[in-house]
Design a protein. Sequence first.
Length: 142
Amino acid sequence: MLMRTDPFRELDRLTQQLMGPGTWSKPSAMPMDAFRDGDVYVIAFDVPGVAKDAIDIDVERNMLTVKAERRPTARSEQAQMELSERPLGVFSRQVMLADTLDTERIDAEYDAGVLTLRIPIAERAKPRKIAIGDGSRKQLNA
């Protein structure tokens, strides 16, 4: 159901992780899983430490865009940073969705640092039986 358009996307994601925090103009990638579960397509994004209100989900035509911003935690002025490994900044992922998905009925949930989107398979894409006629056709009068 997903359509890959950039074969170097994974290499870009790894490079961005090593290069530092993302910005709104050049966000870092976020890991994701995607699978079909019956008549629903499920996409799960890892966004740990991100507040629910810092996540933005958009669909334009068949392009799904998820952006999230992990902000620094509040510290007192006396606090001295000893170690900082958790990436901060903006994270984004764009996914081209197939025409067989119903983008009007996307359901989003956020729990334990995982954003889960459920996208139903469109009715027109589901298998259906076609009735076979008995061979008699009405003739049109010219």
